[in-house]
Design a protein around this ligand. Structure first.
Ligand code: NI
Length: 263
């Protein structure tokens, strides 16, 4: 009996010792890991979080500039509705005007000027410049430029060639910066505001130059809805001239610009 009690005592003692040793083994490293984790939490992740916060703050502070451009006008009925919408939203745009359309809508061109939009030259009769002789090119551009100077005043009226075509070697005939685009929703083809909105939303990024045509009511509707949605996302709508200037680009005659970032 005594042997059994002694054996039981020994077993209990051994078990207690083992348990305590095990719990000790578990407890010490567990505290150590927790301690290290606490130190890490107080140092490295905090620094990383601060860096993230700084980066996020910089991104949030950096203006997301975008230039909407409107070709082929002025066109009474749609251009004036667009001008109303831009004014309501405090947004600026760039209008590339077809020379032969200007006389019928001089008041709209004056509004563009007075309301802070950029006015550009889209040739006199919207012909492909790459299919014209140098004299014809100079005439298509020069006649429109002269009328713009009469209607909108002195200034430099940058060129958007119809369809974006300009024959290499004829850039010296232009005399002003050439504006192309980085986002083309093909609004003239779909004439469908939701499709235009989707195409622009999918492609747009800070510095984009977006090609639209203010002669279509669907394009005007899409532009105004896009301005509302993209403004809520932090975008600011500026002229091409301002987009380039604020991106540190100095425009030069005969050079094509497709976005705020590229020359
Ligand atoms: Ni055009």
């Amino acid at each position: 009996m005594l042997k059994r009690i002694l054996l039981l005592f020994c077993l209990v003692t051994l078990a207690t010792a083992l348990l305590s040793a095990n719990s000790g083994k578990r407890a010490i490293p567990a505290q150590g890991v927790a301690g290290i984790a606490a130190d890490v939490a107080q140092t490295v992740p905090d620094a990383a979080a601060q860096n993230d916060a700084v980066t996020a703050q910089n991104v949030a502070d950096a203006p997301k500039l975008i230039a909407f451009t409107f070709d082929d006008g002025p066109h009474r009925g749609s251009t004036d509705r667009l001008l109303d919408g831009l004014r309501e939203r405090g947004a600026k745009g760039t209008f590339f005007l077809v020379g032969q359309e200007i006389d019928e809508a001089r008041d709209l061109v004056e509004r563009m000027r007075d309301e802070g939009h950029q006015i550009g030259n889209h040739t006199w009769s919207h012909k492909r410049l790459d299919e014209l002789s140098p004299d014809e090119i100079a005439q298509e551009i020069g006649k429109t430029d002269a009328l713009l100077k009469t209607v909108a005043g002195k200034g430099e009226y940058w060129l958007r060639p119809p369809y974006g075509f300009l024959r290499p070697g004829t850039e010296n005939l232009v005399g002003v910066p050439v504006v192309k685009w980085s986002v083309d929703p093909r609004d003239w083809e779909s004439r469908n505001a939701p499709k235009i909105i989707r195409a622009v939303t999918d492609a747009v990024q800070p510095g984009s130059i977006v090609l639209l045509h203010d002669i279509y009511p669907t394009s005007v509707e899409a532009a105004l809805q896009l301005i509302d949605a993209l403004s809520a996302d932090g975008y600011q709508f500026v002229t091409v001239e301002e987009l380039l200037r604020r991106n540190g680009v100095t425009p030069a005659p005969g050079v094509s610009y497709r976005s705020g970032d590229l020359q």
